[in-house]
Design a protein around this ligand. Structure first.
Ligand code: PHE
Ligand code: ZN
Length: 871
């Protein structure tokens, strides 16, 4: 056990910084093992007090500390493992420090580290303190000038802002000086140095300024940055049109690196990306990769206004930048690729990641009130639910007032580090509404459960709707207040036609009911026939809804609901009920046939697009089904879901073959939504065919794999072969490896695919893959490819009755925690679900958490999550 228990940090303890830094001049003398960092800070006491100066600093070898040019002696300052303390500094002064750091041996990938022979940095959330002594908190905003000196083999020397000077130095070295004119917190600082290729372009902004755009990548990879560049230009223009936001510097740079703990980072003017979210060409990237690249490039770019120009006062406000930026990103993606399909995909992610978080011990509000390590709070709740909350705000006050509120926010808080309260205040003023109740969405954890029941009175032509809400208790929050829940709702007749109605005397097709009490009753009038209620359209709130609708009403929706989200949702609800009944030992064979028939009809609907049909064809994920009943028996869920897959595959056999043949790509590959949709449907058809035990299916899958001319189809083929198993799969797997062994991003896919293999013999292979020469724990992409895909996307094998899956995950967490706590901690989540599992499994899982917590020298990151998972 650890000797001292880490203490939580609380929102209620927030105090403004004791000292501010207005300007800083940093000089980096870069050497892989002994980099020197000199910092000259203009420091000012904040307010009238006599507190000591306490700046953060970790793993820094201090060389000297000076005030106003005078080097301090022993006793004039103290440096411990976390802080530089100066007991009684003047009210305003220049602080000069010099430290030495070792980037080469920094495998935590925070602060200054090396990736692929290049220097790079990652400072969010608290990495800057591993570079120099600094008040490392987002409410200290400073003007940065950065001088970089390095050997000439580090050809490109990059930092934030504008390049102001370059030159030669003796001894084969050179330098560059960068100045960022915008105030920024230190977490947005970035530096990159190394040999890189660059893809260049330009964009003219709406006010007529020309911005240079540069994407830096590994030598030889520049062509693979073309799609990211295109996405960047579209994002910049979109933000001008949708939010009136223009880019503010003359240069925008992105650098791709292979070793990165997260997806990407919005450093001012110098975004740093995980190369998996930047590089793409048809041969090596799938359509899913293209789609994510587009989304993440946009996300990081949008941060320039929501995060950088206006940043967070403290890390409790993280959703202020993340939830809002995800919301903006989703708006962009909807405009690029279609609203309904994007909405369905976003909700799938929300349910899989956020709803499960909310049901487990790690449940927390969108704005948490305490944490130990902020790194642990880059969660689906902050990001995805944070975005949903903003979507609800927009639904509640309307699009015009929402845009006005955003304008006010940009106007009022530009250049500030602010809070969620200040943000919401802008919308209260813009809409003239009291949004006091709304704030509970930020403060309360858990997924609300809502119910809806409808009673039709034929004689009176009225429909009475009764809605209720309740949010289950979560860790530290035993009782919950009612929330204002916007429920978007319309009616259909039993032929699937839109049924108009009146609310408060006004005729309409659709309305938003605000469920803001434990129970709300609404009477709709002028309803001409017995309606099918289409509620929570577009998933208008992040809740779980139960209605009194019967299957036949769901079938009407699946065939015809004009709200495509609800059309898809009806199919998912029907499928989930069938799977859950079968898993409980009550198979409904008639229902299953009926479902297969309805899916067949939906596939033939000429009016709906391929991407949508691909989504319709996929059954609810086992992880989603696991959230619907407890105790969970993952094996039974898997078997029941497979049984329904088999029934669909048999019933739709002819249709699936027709799709598979008819949707082949003709001509040039295009990563656009139409091309991606066609490939998605074709691969979804193949995946379902794989459930069909007929012999020729393996041949079709192998043919698909062999004939593939792009990565989407190659992975589609390999995936189907994996589900079929046998020699054809083994052969294809070996071929794939041989062909792509020099392409790390493709080999990540090879590991990830095997991690997801649900077949009975897969566990041995998965555990053995850590001994494969290409496996590398130190590279987060490779680690996650195998370990996260297994623990998160392969429930039937992860929950092996022997407990071997849990033990494997714990082994990886413990080993990785020794050098990269941030990444180790992000693997803990799948162990949080032990309470909901059937008891035999739950006990095995819990034992692994206990084993982790008992490890000597465990990081705060893993300690926080593992103890919370246990308690
Ligand atoms: N701020 C990054 C984003 O969401 C995420 C990130 C957090 C990256 C911490 C690195 C470290 O855009
Ligand atoms: Zn972000």
């Amino acid at each position: 056990m650890r000797t001292e228990t880490p203490q939580p940090i609380r929102l209620s303890d927030y105090r403004p910084p004791a000292y501010l830094v207005d300007d800083v001049h940093l000089t980096f003398d870069l050497q892989p093992n002994t980099t020197r960092v000199k910092a000259r800070l203009t420091v000012r006491r904040n307010g009238d007090h006599s507190e000591p100066l306490a700046f953060n600093g970790e793993r820094l070898k201090a060389v000297s500390v000076a005030i106003d040019g005078r080097v301090l002696g022993d006793g004039e300052y103290v440096i411990d493992a976390e802080l530089l303390t100066i007991p009684a500094p003047p009210a305003a002064f220049t602080l000069e420090t010099e430290v030495e750091i070792d980037p080469e041996n920094n495998k935590a990938l925070e602060g200054l580290y090396m990736s692929g022979g290049r220097f790079c940095t990652q400072c969010e959330a608290e990495g800057f303190r591993k570079i120099t002594f600094w008040p490392d908190r987002p409410d200290v905003l400073s003007r940065f000038t950065v001088r970089i000196e390095a050997d000439r083999r580090f050809r490109h020397l990059l930092a934030n802002g504008n390049l102001v000077e370059t030159g030669e130095l003796p001894g084969g070295r050179h330098f560059a000086v960068w100045n960022d004119p915008f105030l920024k917190p230190c977490y947005l600082f970035a530096l990159v140095a190394g040999e890189l290729d660059v893809l260049e372009d330009k964009l003219v902004t709406k006010s007529g300024r020309t911005v240079d755009l540069r994407i830096y990548v590994d030598p030889g990879m520049a062509p693979r940055a073309a799609y990211a560049m295109d996405a960047l230009k579209r994002s910049m223009t979109w933000d001008e049109e949708a939010y009136g936001r223009e880019y503010d510097l003359d240069l925008f740079m992105i650098v791709a690196v292979r070793d990165f703990n997260f997806g990407a980072m919005e450093n001012k003017g110098l975004n740093i990306f995980n190369s998996s979210l930047l590089l793409a060409d048809p041969a090596t990237a799938t359509d899913v990769d293209y789609e994510r690249i587009e989304a993440v490039v946009a996300h990081e770019y949008f941060h320039n206004w929501t995060g950088n120009r206006i940043t967070c006062r403290d890390w409790f406000q993280l959703c202020l930048k993340e939830g809002l930026t995800v919301f903006r990103e989703q708006g962009f993606c909807a405009d690029m690729r279609g609203e309904a399909v994007q909405r369905i995909k976003a909700v799938k992610v929300l349910r899989m990641r956020q709803f499960s978080e909310d049901q487990g011990p790690l449940a927390h509000p969108v704005r948490p009130s305490s944490y130990m390590k902020i790194d642990n709070f880059y969660t689906a709740t902050i990001y995805e639910k944070g975005s949903e909350v903003i979507g609800m705000l927009k639904t509640l006050i309307g699009a015009d007032a929402f845009r006005k509120g955003m304008d006010l926010y940009f106007d009022r808080h530009d250049g500030e580090a602010t809070t969620v309260e200040a943000f919401i205040q802008c919308f209260a003023e813009a809409s003239g509404r009291d949004l006091g109740d709304f704030f509970a969405w930020y403060e309360q954890a858990g997924t609300p459960r809502i119910t809806l029941s409808a009673t039709y009175d034929e004689a009176a032509r009225t429909l009475e709707l009764v809605l209720t809400q309740a949010t289950p208790p979560s860790n530290g929050q035993e009782t919950k207040r009612p929330l204002p829940i916007p429920v978007t709702l319309g009616l259909l007749d039993h032929e699937g036609r839109t049924l108009a109605f009146e609310r408060d005397g006004q005729a309409m097709d659709e309305t938003v009911i605000v469920l803001d009490q434990p129970e709300v009753k609404v009477t709709l009038t002028g309803v001409d026939s017995l309606p099918v209620v289409s509620a929570l359209r577009g998933f208008s709130a992040p809740v779980v809804m139960k209605t009194d609708a019967e299957p036949k009403e769901r079938y009407v929706q699946l065939a015809a609901d004009p709200d495509l989200f609800n059309r898809w949702e009806a199919g998912q609800d029907l499928a989930a009920d069938l799977i859950l009944s079968r898993a409980a030992g009550k198979p409904n064979e008639v229902g299953e046939e009926r479902y297969a028939e309805a899916v067949g009809r939906a596939l033939n609907d000429q009016a709906s697009d391929n991407a949508f049909k691909a989504l319709l064809l996929a059954l609810p994920a086992e992880t989603d089904l696991a959230l619907m009943r407890s105790p969970v028996d993952p094996g039974a869920l898997h078997d029941a879901r497979e049984a329904l897959r088999l029934r669909l595959a048999l019933h739709l056999d002819a249709e699936l073959r027709r799709l598979h043949t008819g949707l082949q790509d003709l001509g040039e590959f295009s990563p656009d939504a139409a091309g991606a949709g066609r490939r998605a449907l074709r691969n979804a058809a193949l995946e379902l065919m794989a459930a069909n035990p007929r012999n020729d299916v393996a041949d079709i899958a192998l043919g698909h794999f062999r004939a593939a001319v792009n990565m989407t189809d190659q992975i589609g083929g390999l995936n189907a072969l994996m589900l079929i198993g046998g020699p054809a799969f083994e052969e294809a797997l070996a071929d794939f490896y041989a062909r792509w062994k020099d392409e790390p991003l493709v080999i990540d896919k090879w590991f990830a695919l095997q991690g997801r293999d649900p077949s009975e013999t897969a566990l041995g292979r998965i555990l053995g893959l850590t001994a494969h020469p290409a496996f590398d724990q130190k590279n987060p992409n490779r680690l996650r490819a195998l370990v996260s895909s297994f623990a998160n996307f392969n429930p039937v094998r992860f929950h092996d009755p022997s407990g071997a899956g849990y033990r494997f995950l714990a082994d990886q967490i413990i080993a990785v925690d020794g050098f990269n706590p941030m990444t180790a901690a992000r693997l803990v989540d799948p162990l949080g679900g032990w309470r909901r599992l059937k008891p035999e499994l739950g006990a095995l899982m819990k034992a692994q958490l206990e084993r982790i917590v008992a490890v000597e020298g465990l990081s705060k990151n893993v300690y926080e999550l593992a103890t919370r998972a246990l308690n």
